[in-house]
Write a protein that binds this ligand. Structure first.
Ligand SMILES: Nc1ncnc2c1ncn2[C@@H]1O[C@H](COP(=O)(O)OP(=O)(O)OP(=O)(O)O)[C@@H](O)[C@H]1O
Ligand SMILES: O=P(O)(O)OC[C@H]1O[C@H](OP(=O)(O)OP(=O)(O)O)[C@H](O)[C@@H]1O
Ligand SMILES: [Mg+2]
Length: 279
């Protein structure tokens, strides 16, 4: 039975649970539930703090887990990143009082507050800048105003928290993070099925099906606009000069592609959602 660690709280928890449910796995009914056996799918879920997941997986106590790339690197665990899961994107940045710092070197010898000391310490070491790290549990943006640090290093998503604290980002990007599937040093049977299922969910989220009718002589031009994953499916119509075409297209480009196809002469363009996929 594959043992899977899933975030029980925080930014990643809801989407992770949703993704597993779309992949056909059982979900917990009570948000306080910490353990769930899904016998039908031969997996066992452990709901843990996202920060701790890399530790459990790295030690081999659990086989795989869902966490943030930043949390994985911060933990120093032996777990490895298997693939990104298309949600929980964030950037990890330095920030300080507006206009005070411009380069990483400006931080030398100063106090930097963070709740990711492993990640930030490693980054600074690689850049030969020595600072006094101030480890905090969260809300690190307040550390400058309250005088316990000169700058912070933290997760930035919309930037709202930094603006409210009157801080500004500076220096190089520490890390581009996203939710990732991580695995124990030794690969376990059952992992391939989980990966295929999660990839199916990603495909279903990222693509739509597009059907349209087209004069056959325009097929090459239409294929330039939307080529599908391998190649478009083309079916005959009763009118011999026309064909029906079906392609998968990236959801984010749906309207541009519809406009372009209409422009060259496609008609009856219909878009439908994909509920599940194995490519
Ligand atoms: N806006 C965001 N705020 C915080 N973390 C985010 C955000 N967007 C994505 N993440 C990612 O979520 C993970 C942090 O999740 P975690 O549950 O530890 O923290 P949290 O959402 O700050 O929850 P809490 O502070 O309540 O513990 C990291 O991988 C981080 O990059
Ligand atoms: O750029 P933004 O969209 O404002 O998001 C980033 C902020 O969100 C997170 O804080 P969270 O609410 O998790 O509180 P915490 O710092 O106590 O973890 C993170 O630590 C940043 O402070
Ligand atoms: Mg937080």
């Amino acid at each position: 039975m594959l043992r899977i660690a899933v975030p029980n709280k925080g930014s990643l928890a809801e989407t992770a649970a949703q993704m597993l449910s779309e992949a056909g796995y059982a979900g917990r009914r009570d948000p306080k539930e910490l353990h769930l056996i899904d016998a039908r799918n031969d997996v066992e879920f452990f709901f843990l703090r996202p920060r701790d997941i890399a530790t459990y997986v790295g030690s081999g106590a659990l086989d795989v887990g869902i966490t943030g790339r930043d949390l994985l690197l911060d933990s120093g665990s032996k777990a490895t990143e298997i693939e990104s899961l298309g949600f929980g994107d964030s950037t990890f940045r330095f920030a300080g009082p507006i206009g005070k710092f411009s380069t990483l070197e400006d931080l030398a010898g100063l106090r930097v507050a963070t709740s990711y000391p492993g990640l930030v310490g490693e980054f600074l070491k690689n850049h030969n800048v020595s600072v006094d790290l101030v480890p905090l549990d969260g809300a690190v943006e307040s550390a400058v105003r309250l005088g316990v640090a000169d700058a912070v290093a933290d997760v930035v998503s919309t930037g709202t928290t930094l603006r409210k604290a009157e801080l500004d980002i500076f220096g190089p990007v520490i890390l581009e993070s996203t939710a990732v599937l991580i695995g124990a040093p030794e690969e376990k049977p059952g992992l391939a099925t989980l990966r295929r299922r999660l990839q199916g969910v990603l495909v279903a989220r990222q693509f739509v099906l597009m059907d349209y009718d087209l004069p056959e002589r325009l097929l090459d031009v239409a294929t330039e606009i939307a080529g599908g994953i391998e190649s478009p499916t083309v079916s005959p119509l009763r009118d011999k000069e026309w064909v029906a075409v079906r392609v998968m297209v990236p959801r984010s480009r749906t309207n541009q592609i519809m406009d372009a196809l209409y422009e060259i002469g496609a008609r009856a363009i219909l878009v439908s959602a994909i509920h599940a996929a194995r490519l």
